[in-house]
Write a protein that binds this ligand. Structure first.
Ligand SMILES: Cc1cc2nc3c(=O)[nH]c(=O)nc-3n(C[C@H](O)[C@H](O)[C@H](O)COP(=O)(O)O)c2cc1C
Length: 250
């Protein structure tokens, strides 16, 4: 597996938990290496049959960003984002392999997975993002002069956040997860999940406290050992001196 030591180190679960849809941006330009890192995260997403049936158009020009904001049902807040990434689907490619199912499902899934990867990568390099897909498709096709088999799937806006959105309401885990079969009757069983997660967090914390203690004890022990050795040396020196003195005596 490839190592990616040059990339920022943000825990993936932290990125998943703390990413928010950001709709206000500063006008600080986004560095190219960050844009590269983000697009690369899209490129490495899973895709049906590994066809990679998407392409990414990085949009920096203001007229084009304005055009996209217009096409997105006049969501003018988008204009403020210094970078947009338009994710498009390559319909011919996926139709040739998978027919109707490819066009109606896989192409969208592929592109959505790439978009999510890019948003998590954006978070990890300190940028805000928002996924946008309320748009007039024909207008986007017009702005970018897209060929007939290239269809827009969504836009990821990017930039340094000028807002810190609150965590939106999300369903509780037990309300969205069933065990073994569909239906509300399993809700009671899934309630355990919360307890399990809570317990495992307590255990995790316990392990950390344990590890810290072991380290502290180890440091103490090492210091204690050092003191003991020093004392022994002292004693040995005293004994040696005594022996030498006794030898000198007539
Ligand atoms: C398929 C899809 C389409 C979306 N379209 C828009 C959009 O057109 N405009 C917008 O401001 N946000 C859009 N969003 C972002 C959602 O509003 C946002 O994800 C949701 O409110 C939850 O907030 P969060 O992303 O901070 O968790 C879209 C999200 C998804 C998944």
């Amino acid at each position: 597996m490839q190592q990616a030591s040059h990339l920022p180190r943000v825990d993936v679960l932290e990125a998943i938990r703390l990413r928010r849809s950001v709709r206000k941006y500063t006008d600080t330009p986004v560095e190219w290496d960050k844009i590269g890192t983000i697009v690369d995260a899209g490129r490495t997403a899973p895709s049906a049959g590994n066809l990679q049936s998407w392409r990414f158009i990085v949009v920096e020009s203001h007229p084009k960003r304005r055009g996209l904001a217009e096409a997105c049902l006049k969501q003018y807040w988008m204009e403020e984002a210094p970078v947009h990434i338009l994710v498009v689907m390559m319909l011919k490619k996926i139709r040739d392999f998978y027919g109707k199912r490819g066009v109606e499902l896989y192409a969208i899934q592929d592109a959505a997975m790439a978009a999510q990867n890019m948003m998590l990568a954006a978070y990890s390099v300190g940028l805000g993002s928002c996924f946008v897909s309320a748009f007039d498709e024909d207008k986007i096709v017009e702005v970018f002069n897209l060929p007939a088999d290239i269809k827009p799937m969504g836009i990821v806006t990017l930039g340094y956040p000028a807002e810190d959105p609150e965590e939106p309401l999300k369903f509780r885990l037990e309300n969205v997860t069933f065990m073994d079969r569909w239906g509300q009757q399993n809700v009671a069983r899934m309630k355990d999940i919360d307890a399990i997660l809570w317990n495992s967090r307590v255990v995790e914390r316990g392990i950390k406290v344990g590890n810290d203690l072991v380290k502290a004890v180890d440091i103490h022990t090492r210091q204690g050992r050092k003191k003991l050795i020093e004392k022994l040396k002292e004693k040995a020196d005293q004994m040696r001196k005594k022996m030498e003195e006794s030898r000198k005596k007539p």
